[in-house]
Design a protein around this ligand. Structure first.
Ligand code: CA
Length: 226
């Protein structure tokens, strides 16, 4: 059994989705505005959020951005805009799945089940470690020598990706594809900036690397410095 938070302003859709999900054994909460929804998600910490994009007080994509600043809860966007580029943009912005309206209750429930399976599979390997770096994947917390490191979302994803591939040189385009889910435009400094932040948080510099080693013209790898 899992808990689902529906943010949807159309009464009928909200009722239909709530009933279908409750019948399938989920605990369901709902709100009809973005701001009440945001507060509800923070207070209830649901397993999944279903987010309508057309809300009366705020565009759903804006709410997604706000949600992502405070929570890693899996989000399914519900959209009547069957616009591929818009859907891709939202998946890049942190949505995990989408349904196109009008959707049926069983379709929504199937998406939720699939999403929870993926989330659980990702959480089944609970920790990753290299040297003094320990990553709790479920709690999205990283430690260095027993001290918690304060990482933003992308730094955490980047560190996790590198540690999962420890000892291997990973190219910038792979990092872009896997962590940013975007094609790499050469010359872009995003990765370098994040790497340098990560270095600082791991207590090292590019000149005196311990964990993070840049291989010029190829990519970067993380190693156990001990
Ligand atoms: Ca709506």
């Amino acid at each position: 059994m899992s808990s689902v938070f529906i943010i949807e302003d159309e009464h009928q859709i909200r009722e239909l989705a709530t009933r279908a999900l409750a019948d399938a054994g989920h605990v369901v909460w709902s709100e009809s505005t973005a701001m009440a929804g945001l507060q509800g998600v923070i207070e209830n910490a649901p397993d999944v959020v279903v987010l309508d994009l057309g809300l009366p007080d705020l565009d759903g994509s804006e709410l997604l951005r706000m949600l992502r600043a405070v929570s890693d809860v899996p989000v399914i966007i519900a959209t009547a805009r069957d616009d591929e580029s818009e859907i891709i943009r939202l998946l890049d912005a942190g949505a995990d799945e989408y349904v196109v309206k009008p959707y049926s209750g069983s379709q929504l429930e199937a998406r939720i089940r699939a999403l929870l399976r993926r989330t659980e599979a990702a959480g089944s390997a609970n920790t990753l470690e290299i040297g003094g770096v320990k990553i709790d994947l479920r709690g999205r917390v990283a430690e260095l020598d027993g001290q918690r490191i304060d990482l933003n979302r992308k730094e955490f994803d980047l560190l996790t990706f590198l540690v999962a591939r420890a000892g291997e040189v990973v190219s910038r385009s792979e990092i872009y594809a896997e962590v940013w889910r975007q094609p790499y435009g050469g010359g872009d400094k995003t990765i370098d900036v994040h790497l340098s932040w990560l270095r600082r948080k791991l207590g090292e510099t590019a000149a005196e690397p311990r964990y993070l080693h840049t291989v010029r013209g190829v990519g970067v790898k993380i190693v156990d410095p001990r």
